[in-house]
Design a protein around this ligand. Structure first.
Ligand code: NCD
Length: 336
């Protein structure tokens, strides 16, 4: 069976976002609009009064079936700063732990007049599945599904790169580490390529690089010295041990020796290069403290940018949902 085109689910009939499930297949125009919208929210976040009324009266439900600190709290703050009501569901205490199916939980929440679900789930494809099975006027935002996608993280990273480095076309970007288990890396590669970045590299041991990665237009390296040569942006990834089924690593200390970013390895990159990490960082496993806390690190700026970016995609998806509903009402009026 052919997998369904994700844009048949996440775009409305006018080509606007109505869910945000993946960066794969979205146009350059739409990705640029998401970045521009997030940029316009940054100034609101620097004011003493940070709220705007765009989602006033709307109800957002944070549904995190997997742990999270940054993503969950920045989604909550973003919803509040858009003036929405937000319900944080404590999944560990919810009825799913009493045997209720995922869809039953969601149908109950939908019956409470929810307008948006922000979903994180350990299964790849969970957010798509939910978007296809709930009532059409609830927007679904993917906050990370298995190894598949983490589109808001990728877009806050694009916002950070854009603010630090300007245009994407002439940048060299290296993504380092556990590419195989990383939903962040996959979403970043799609976004970077669509935004026009010519030189995207992935660096890691062969066991942590997907076999078909070069078909996405990126170059794979096993050696940090070669892979980091002259890059403008370094994105470090955490070793996602909770997603590894077999021993894919010799040892943590060996990994750090070969792929851990320290000041010596950072020197292979462009002297102006920025260092990024989606968090949580593991000091001494993939990154040295001197680099994580050093002058080239923008790791905490990424966290700050998470709020305006999440405000942008929530506002755009809600706008797309409202537009779709209006179009459908007009069509049914016309048919009478
Ligand atoms: C990432 C995730 O959960 O996929 N973190 C995040 O959302 N900030 C990356 C990770 O877990 O390493």
């Amino acid at each position: 069976m052919q997998p369904m085109d994700p844009n048949q689910i996440q775009l409305n009939s006018e080509g606007r976002l109505k869910h945000f499930l993946t960066t794969e297949g979205l146009s350059k125009e739409l990705l640029t609009e998401i970045i521009d919208t997030a940029n316009s929210f940054i100034s609101t976040q620097e004011r003493s009064v940070k709220t705007v009324p765009l989602l006033r009266g709307k109800t957002v439900v944070n549904l995190f079936f997997e742990n999270s600190t940054r993503t969950r709290s920045t989604f909550e703050l973003a919803a509040k700063r858009l003036s929405a009501n937000i319900l944080n569901l404590d999944i560990a205490r919810s009825a799913t732990s009493k045997g209720e199916t995922l869809m039953d939980t969601l149908w109950n929440l939908e019956s409470m007049y929810s307008d948006m679900f922000v979903v994180r789930h350990a299964d790849s494809g969970a957010a798509h599945f939910i978007a296809q099975h709930i009532t059409p006027n609830v927007a679904v935002i993917n906050a990370g599904d298995g190894r598949h996608a983490h589109p808001t993280q990728a877009m806050l990273d694009m916002l950070t790169i854009h603010r630090e480095k300007g245009a994407f076309e002439n940048l060299s970007v290296a993504i380092v580490g556990d590419i195989l288990h990383s939903r962040v890396a996959r979403s970043q590669v799609y976004a970077l390529k669509t935004l026009g970045c010519q030189d995207v590299r992935v660096i890691g041991p062969n066991t942590l690089i997907p076999k078909d990665i070069e078909s996405l237009g990126v170059r794979a390296f096993n050696n940090m010295q070669q892979g980091l040569k002259g890059v403008d942006v370094i994105i470090m990834l955490r070793l996602q041990k909770e997603r590894m089924q077999t021993a894919l690593l010799p040892s943590e200390s060996e990994y750090y020796r070969l792929y851990g970013l320290n000041t010596d390895k950072l020197a292979y990159a462009n002297p102006e290069a920025i260092v990024m990490h989606p968090g949580p960082i593991n000091r001494g496993v993939e990154i040295e403290s001197a680099v994580a806390d050093g002058p080239q690190s923008v790791i905490l700026k990424q966290v700050s940018n998470g709020i305006p970016m999440r405000m942008a995609v929530m506002a755009m998806a809600m706008g797309g949902q409202n537009q779709e509903q209006t179009l459908q009402e007009q069509n049914s009026e016309g048919a009478k």
